[in-house]
Design a protein around this ligand. Sequence first.
Ligand code: 6CS
Ligand code: FE
Length: 300
Amino acid sequence: MQLKVEDLYPSRQEDKPQIMKRQDPVIHGRGKGIPTSLTTKQEDFYERNGYLVIEDFFSQDEVSRMQEEIFALKEAKTGLTYPEIITEPENDDIRSVFAIHRDNPYFKKLSEDPRLLYIVEYLLGSEVYIHQSRVNYKPGFKGKEFDWHSDFETWHVEDGMPRMRAVSLSIALSDNYTFNGPLMLIPGSHNEYLSCVGATPANNYTSSLKKQEAGVPDDDSLRKQVDQYGIDVPTPKAGSILLFDCNTMHGSNSNITPYDRNNVFMVYNSVENKLVQPFMDGPPRPEYIATQMSATGNQL
Ligand code: 6CS
Ligand code: FE
């Protein structure tokens, strides 16, 4: 039975939205003597904007191998029905494959790559584990949008993630252009928590990974954030990484161009931020979406 703790970030409980202040540091490892490969300039950019792009992080050979892996995965899973396979809302095209760090030896090893840990352990100020991993395929002509959202709002309410001490690391496996549905982020939004309206439907995850309805901020709150902070649309090339704080507001448009936009996501959570009871009525989401770690640190 998961621990019940105080809800510092209530959402989907009131009938009107609220903008709350962040109650957690952005960079948890500062002053703890944790080494990192991040430069001061990179660290400051991340703290100020809630995201950071590092171009040419992986070699061409590594990118080619990852591309082979994700296309083999897509080939092998197309037409099959597994909970980890999420198809597009309007057809059977694969939109995402979850739990690749668990099911694919190559991505398991990648999730533990010291070059990645050398960054995320500093940002999170502790040892880390994978909260969630996935491949997001956004094929040319067909890839659909991801509405604006804060991942933390979902991971807090539906998975029981207590504090803002997780980071998503996206690996670009195709070139991002302004026009093929790249990730759009609201720089600085990570410092505000948009508490959403509307209760969470039972088994929400069975539809929310196709198209998110609950936990999508209202238009007025979003307009306020965009008016204040603007929208950044980084266009990293294949082999780059994009790190973004769990609470940075982001979304992406559909892809009507011929150019795929595929990426791998590894979501790292601090071992000091393990999931507790979800902050909603009902059970936590399944393991392939949200890793449940026991108090002793083993995956349940
Ligand atoms: O619900 C989730 O955990 C997933 N949904 C989105 C749109 N982003 C984060 C994560 O993959
Ligand atoms: Fe997201």
